[in-house]
Structures are given as structure tokens and as C-alpha cells.
Design a protein around this ligand. Sequence first.
Ligand code: AMP
Ligand code: ZN
Length: 493
Amino acid sequence: MELYKSNEIKVYNSLSKSKEVLKTINEGMIGMYVCGPTVYSNVHLGNVRTFMSFDMIYRYFLHLGYKVRYVRNITDAGHLENDADEGEDRIAKKARLEQLEPMEIVQRYTVDFHNILNTFNFLPPSIEPTATGHIVEQIEIVKDILEKGLAYEKNGSVYFDVLKYNETEHYGILSGRNIEDSIHNTRSLDGQSEKKNPQDFALWKKADERHIMRWPSPWSDGFPGWHLECSAMSTKYLGENFDIHGGGMDLKFPHHECEIAQSQTRNNVKPVNYWLHTNMLTLNGQKMAKSTGNYILPNDFFTGQSKHLSKAYLPSVVRFFMLQANYKSILDFSDAALLASEKGYFKLMDAIDLLDKLDVSNASTVDVESWKAKCYSAMNDDFNTPVLIANLFEGIKYINQIKEGNESIDDKDYEILKSTINSFVFDVLGLEKPSGSDNGSDKLKSVVEMLIGMRNDARENKNWALSDKIRDELLELGIQLKDGKDGTTFSIN
Ligand code: AMP
Ligand code: ZN
């Protein structure tokens, strides 16, 4: 029998603001959409935290035997810099600064994103659609919303009419914002804006002459509004109503609120049953963010070259550090906390090495069945990884006590202990053994991918000496890097 049949999962649904039993639309199947990165710069560790939380959730669903369609998009059509649909397109800005084609920027940072996620042992999603690959679908949604009378065109741009939508639906259902408050607290438009009301948001924007990323449409040569791509791609691949939509807390408003309004208007059904939001990674008590300079890049951990770090760390140690916190809690990064996680990680791995060498007895003195049940109930309680990890350490205590002869274990319990520890540590938490263990070739692959990432950074900074050094020294070791249009690959001679 599939494990999901005997494991009822409760998830915290941001829509109802309560924990609910997860009931999937189709038995044994889950459709999950997670907002992906905007590929205009390297992902920082905060971004990685959000994607890692969903990787862990995806892994647990798979472990329980669900058939999961996991869709995580790539935002490669430029967004404007601020929520008011103004400012410069972030990808185009970076392209201008670096004197590159916008699609070169997109390619570079998509490859970087994949390298980083591979290094941290992420599972790839089932579908990774791009915004630029779904312009036709986005234009169709705009046409449809215009036909329904919930959007209006002005000078070649199209805006969603939030106040009109709010007459029959609830704009603010997810974020808990009240439109009346927002009307009171917002300055009225100065007559310069094309919007009827400040609450309205762009579905389509006419491109000015400087704007490079543009597509033809019935209204103008322009580009889609920020929120539209996720409505288009989620419903295209998962249906008009699907199970789970995820992202960081900071996307709740306006991004997800607007996504609901668009999809609800288009299909006349609630688009998503469960909204899951992850909390932020902070550094010095402030949200990690590129825009403020308050961030650490993943590659810094592997070199240790950062003012925030005392040394280099393994990707699995960073992963363990993040999963020791609940995904809904703020996690503040510090070197001291990471050092403590490293200790815990090696304790776990040492015990796993011992696990294969335990002597089996005729009778058990440890209650493995109820320990195993506690591991599942931690994960069934809204993916509570810190409680799961505390339970895994209880399992480690058993291993050490059995080894020392203070407890004993019979054949059947021994198999349960081994399979439960291995499933949760490697399949669900996605940790990997440190190098020197038997999965050396996987480790080598991760290390080379990490060096490719560092070489990309060096090239970005025009540090050709370093990038050539990495390539040449790898070649001396018999590892040849090949630069192609999809990024850098390698072969071992
Ligand atoms: P972006 O590329 O800016 O759209 O961000 C990609 C994802 O990372 C989104 O789901 C954000 O909510 C998430 N994110 C951004 N900053 C942080 C942070 N400091 N901690 C956790 N998640 C973050
Ligand atoms: Zn999105």
C-alpha cells in the first residue's frame, strides 16, 4: 500500500490562515506550482532557502508515493523594478550595464541557478517553463479579461480593474488586505498615470523605444505584466484549479494576490486549493536581498571567502542548517549557527556509518516502531523538519547505545531503523554523505559543478586570470570543461 494512504498531512494554508488536512484533487496525485527566480543575477542564499523548502516538500510527497507534477518557472521576461508598474526592466537594465543581449543575461543566470541547485542536491522539477516561452498564452488571458470587462486599455497598455473585480470577488483574500483601507491610505493619482485607480495593476505594458524585450500584441509592441506569467503557466500545466501554489512570503502581495484575481476572472474558479509560503532568511536581522547588498552567495560557502564566514562548508552542511528551522519561521544566518549545524551533520553521518555494522540480537530493547511513527508525524505536521531532525537524533542515540551494548535490536527492528534513517536523511531531507564516503563520484561531480559556478562568477567579474586558472588546473587533472550555448559541461578523461 502506498504510504500516502496511511499518512494524513496537515499543511498551513495562507488562504485560510490555518492548518488544514491536505486533500488532493485526484487521489494519489499532486499538482504543485512554485514561483521561480528572476534570472538577472546570481541567486543568493535566501532564494536558495525558499526553493530548498519546496524541494524538501516535493521529496516528502514522492517518498509517500504521490505522483507529483512539480512546476517551477523561470522568469526571463523583464519585470519592472517596482510594484507600481514603473521603473526599468531588471533584465534589460543588467543587459545594458554589462553590454550584453538580455537573453545572454537570462542564459547566464539560468545556468548559474541550475548549477547552484545541483550542488545543493535539489531534485529537478517536472516542468520548468519560461515566461518568454508563454507570451501567446499570456496575451490570450489579457484578451479574455478585457472581454469580461475587468480590464481596460489605455495608450497601448492594459490594466486590471481591481475595484470592479472587488465588487463581486474579494481582492485581498490571500494577503488579508482590505481594499477600503488601501483606498484611504493611497494618494490619488496625479493625472499622469494611465491607471484609473492606484490599486490597478498592469496586464500588458506598451514598450517605450528603449525597451529591448518586446512582443507584438493587439494593443502595442510591449511586454506582459509581472503577475501574468504565473497565471498562464500554472493553469496551463496544472489545470484551472490545482492543489498547491508556493513561494516566499514576500510574494503574497501583490504577486499572488494579483495571480488569484487574474486566474479567478479568467476561469471563474478558485485557482489554488493550498497556498504555502516560506519565511525569509535574514542576515544581521535583515532580509537577505540583492538590492540592499545584505546577502551571501552560495559559492562563498564552498570557498569560505566571505566576511560572514570563518571557513568553507559542505553544501550538505548548509542544507542541514536550513532544514533545522521550520520553513515558516524566520531563520537568521550566522557563522556560529552554521558551525553548530556542521557538528550535528557529522554526528548524524558518523552514526549512519555505524548503522551498517550493528550486531543483531534475538530481542529488541528499543521501541523502533513508535520512534518511526514520530518521524512521520513530524513531517505530516506541516513538514516540521526541526522535529523530524530531533527524532533522527533519538534514532542515533539508539545506534550508539546498541553499538556500546547498552541496548539491543532484533532483525526486524534493525531493518526498520536502517530504512527509516536512510529514507528521511537522504531521500526526504536530501542530505549527502561527506566525500570519502562511498558516493565519491557524485561528490566529484558536485565539486566540478561548484568550480564551474566559481569560474562563471570570475568571468562575470572579468577576472580572466582566475577563470583560466580554474579551467587549466582542472584540465591538468584530466577534467575538461566545454563551453556551449547551454552553459559549461565537463568530461573526465
Ligand atoms: P526573486 O528572484 O526575487 O523573485 O526570488 C525568488 C524566490 O526567492 C521568491 O520565492 C522569493 O520569495 C524568495 N526569496 C527572496 N529573498 C529571500 C530571503 N531573504 N529568504 C527566503 N526567500 C527569499
Ligand atoms: Zn509567480
